[in-house]
Design a protein around this ligand. Structure first.
Ligand code: CP
Length: 310
């Protein structure tokens, strides 16, 4: 691949290739010397037009561990605030000869559009409700390491499915790897036609969680609700917040995941989120650095090969 714009274009073997390399980078990141040379001599620019803690920090760390020159574009202080279009901003940065451009944008499709205009590798760090591919890859790596496999598992994705690029990328990836995907949430937060993507849809947590191996919780994404229906947090927690009682419907060794940022007492009970016997939320963050190292390493190899061939 020339870019990482979504999970949709990836074949199962390409997903496995990223995860296998990410396993090596987990080992490197746990060693005394965390550095490798895969991106030495390359320039990585991170452009985040939406807030981020985990994704931006881990892309920055991933680039630095691999030896890249990493620049975080300060969007708030940039010419975007003076009316410059996304494409003009991207073309300006492109003229500075970056090799890797990491982009988060509030509009679905914005990162794909940008990738058509620049001549470096583009990584989607989340675009609107569309895709968040590195989140799905880090979730897949976490599941594979905890469960010993990434196929024939039953996975529940719970909560605000309608506004979630995390849910979309995850259900595509899990489907490609032949898992059973169950979506659980109120009908108002369930996109129409979602069952056509091959997943089961449930309104009730007890029914949907029955015997699942993995429980993935999602944040209520109020910033994308556009003045539409916003549930009361108290009622939402009562019906859809994950606590020990609801988790008892899942398999006894089911793991609990959350992409963050997490709202304790809204989508998940705080004690359960901190329970290291069930929750793998901290492991997800660790896997995020390794997956981003692997994705950038593989894209850089392709970029170098294309440039050598040109
Ligand atoms: N999971 C995730 O994308 O978190 P951030 O918004 O903090 O990057």
């Amino acid at each position: 691949q020339d870019h990482l714009l979504g999970i949709e274009p990836l074949a199962p073997d390409e997903i496995r290739e990223i995860l296998d390399l990410a396993d090596d980078y987990v080992a490197l990141s746990r060693s005394a010397d965390k550095h490798a040379d895969a991106l030495r001599g390359l320039t990585q620019i991170n452009m985040f037009f939406e807030n981020s803690t985990r994704t931006q920090a881990s892309f920055e760390l991933a680039g630095k561990r691999l030896g890249a020159d990493v620049m975080n574009m300060a969007v708030a202080a940039s010419s975007v605030k003076k009316g410059e279009t996304l494409i003009d901003t991207a073309m300006t940065l492109n003229a500075m000869q970056p090799d890797l451009l990491v982009v988060r944008h509030p509009h679905s499709g914005a990162v794909d559009l940008l990738a058509q205009k620049v001549n470096c590798a583009v990584l989607n760090a989340g675009d609107g409700r569309h895709e968040h591919p590195t989140q799905a890859l880090l979730d897949a790596l976490t599941i594979r390491r905890k469960k010993g496999r990434l196929h024939r598992l039953s996975v529940a994705i719970c909560g605000d499915i309608a506004h979630s690029r995390v849910a979309r990328s995850n259900l595509i990836l899990l489907g490609k790897m032949e898992n059973r995907v169950k979506l659980i949430g109120p009908p108002t937060l369930m996109p129409s036609g979602i069952a056509e993507l091959g997943c089961e849809v449930y309104e009730n947590m007890a029914e949907g969680l029955k015997d699942v191996d993995v429980v993935m919780m999602l944040r209520l994404q109020k910033e994308r609700m556009d003045g539409g229906f916003i549930p009361s947090e108290r009622e939402y927690y009562h019906l859809y917040g994950l606590d020990a009682e609801k988790l008892a419907h899942a398999a006894p060794d089911a793991i609990v995941m959350h992409p963050g940022p997490m709202n304790r007492g809204v989508e998940i009970d705080g004690t359960l989120a901190d329970d290291i016997n069930r929750s793998v939320i901290q492991e997800q963050v660790e896997m995020g650095v390794a997956v981003r190292m692997a994705a950038m390493d593989l894209l850089a190899r392709n970029l170098r090969a294309r440039r050598q061939a040109a």
